[in-house]
Design a protein around this ligand. Structure first.
Ligand code: PLP
Length: 378
């Protein structure tokens, strides 16, 4: 039987050997990084080495890195932390393509939420933003937060975060950037993005699941999301998951955007081999090199996932399948997808272990099924 082909790296990427090794090396000894004895100090060294590696990978001061349990926690902690404390933001602008962790945290924060629309290419509409904020008066209307992700998980479209942040800052706003899908795949530079908080997760680029970080602008005050011990300078309570943090540190050293750049050739071969009737989402926008999102009318997402799985390929409908169900994507809807297009979406996401012939193998399997199922309907 042919080997399976895993093309769902934006959901989670297999653990890299370097991360596994770092984790195994950190697993057996007692590892409480807050303990003062030798074992505790050794654990703390592992945590601090990982902090240096993550900070270096994103061009941030090491003290600004706060370890979390992943992207979902980082997004929630950042949003609720800024609403409840620090600047006490009273309005949140959320881009129409944000991950649910951002959108739902904002909706449940108790403050007014406005949607920042995107263009049909899936790029945040900066004209809308500039217009909306042109006469925003933070003194009378209260501080605001702009949430704009660096790269979208479904389409891979890269967002103009630095430009959006400049517009928000001129109006006195704060900026949160979810860089979960960008980390390791494209250069991420905290020093030039203009974000107050950057959120990272390790498992989308080959690090362990269940660990991530918030990168917080030095001096930015926010209310800690969870209370308990004084870990992470009182910014995130809870005993460190030392093995996972060590794996994250190894990822920060191993994941090189140059390696991901070469995946664009495989993505482009797939794109070029698809029938003309297939819509490629964000085709003309800057995109992550590893991500391709398409809609093939007459070929429903559920059917595509099932037949591709039977053919030995793991792909995704793009829209979060956290409940195991495929649902219509708000991201594609925000880009103007018809219901039919949104129902027929498929995401292919490549990663660090994707073989050279992945494009040809995907096309062979997909085209065979498309001709069998969709042509009949068309
Ligand atoms: N943000 C984005 C853009 C994501 O794609 C994901 C995961 O799908 C998350 C946040 C959540 O990250 P985690 O799985 O580490 O909680």
């Amino acid at each position: 039987m042919a080997e399976r082909l895993y093309l769902d790296h934006n959901a989670t990427s297999p653990l890299r050997p370097a991360c596994r090794e770092a984790m195994l090396g950190a697993m057996d000894a007692p590892r409480n990084a807050s303990s003062v004895h030798a074992e505790g100090r050794a654990a703390k060294r592992l945590v601090e080495d990982a902090r240096s590696a993550v900070a270096e990978a994103v061009g941030a001061p090491r003290e600004s890195v706060v370890f979390t349990s992943g992207g979902t926690e980082g997004d929630n902690a950042a949003i609720l932390g800024l609403v409840r404390g620090g600047p006490k933001v009273s309005r949140i602008f959320v881009s129409a393509i944000e991950h649910e962790a951002v959108r739902l945290a904002a909706e449940h924060s108790g403050v007014q939420v406005e949607t920042l629309p995107v263009t049909s290419e899936g790029v945040a509409d900066l004209e809308w933003l500039a217009q909306r904020l042109s006469d925003y008066d933070a003194k009378s209307e209260g501080a605001f937060l702009l949430c704009l992700m660096l790269a979208n998980n479904e389409t891979g479209v890269i967002q103009p975060v630095a430009e959006a942040a400049a517009i928000a800052r001129r109006a006195g706003g704060y900026v949160l950037t979810d860089a979960v899908q960008a980390f390791g795949k494209i250069p991420v530079d905290f020093s030039t993005l203009g974000a107050d908080i950057l959120v990272l997760s390790a498992h989308k680029a080959g690090g362990p699941v269940g660990v991530g970080a918030m990168v917080v602008m030095p001096g930015l005050a926010f209310e800690p999301f969870q209370r308990g011990g004084g870990q992470e300078e009182y910014r995130r309570a809870g005993t460190h998951n030392v093995a996972a943090i060590a794996g994250f540190g190894a990822l920060a050293e191993a994941a090189r955007p140059e390696d991901y750049a070469s995946l664009a050739a495989i993505r482009d071969r797939i794109e070029a081999g698809l029938p003309e009737s297939v819509r490629v989402w964000g085709r003309d926008a800057p995109r992550l090199p590893n991500t391709l999102c398409i809609s093939a009318r007459g070929f429903p997402s559920e059917t595509q996932l099932m037949v591709m799985d039977l053919a030995g390929l793991a792909v995704s409908a793009g829209s979060a399948c956290s409940s195991g169900k495929v649902r219509t994507s708000p991201v594609l809807s925000a880009m103007g997808a018809s219901e039919d297009e949104a129902r027929c979406a498929l995401r292919v996401s490549l990663g660090w272990d994707t073989p050279e012939d992945a494009g040809e193998r995907f096309l062979a399997a997909w085209t065979k099924e498309y001709e069998r199922v969709a042509r009949k309907v068309a």
